[in-house]
Design a protein around this ligand. Structure first.
Ligand code: ZN
Length: 80
């Protein structure tokens, strides 16, 4: 009998601090939180499988603040 070990990542959920587990799916197993049922996106899942934990917020590239400021100024100019 062929049984695959199920993966668990304790207290790895970014939303609630709950335990993540790999839900068995024939085509593509997905990782989900046991407590809040939050499902990881592809990138998060990849990171988790490599490092065994979720990425820290500062490791996610920050949005370009300059571009946002520019757009805001342009909008304000139109209104004024
Ligand atoms: Zn959770």
């Amino acid at each position: 009998m062929k049984t695959r070990a199920q993966m668990f990542w304790l207290k790895a959920c970014k939303r609630c601090g709950g335990d993540l587990y790999e839900a068995p799916d024939f085509d593509a197993p997905y990782v989900r939180c046991l407590q809040c049922t939050r499902e990881l996106n592809g990138l998060e899942e990849q990171y988790l499988r490599i490092y065994g934990r979720m990425p820290e917020p500062q490791q996610v590239p920050a949005p370009a603040v300059k571009t946002v400021a520019k757009t805001f100024t342009a909008k304000a100019a139109k209104v004024g």
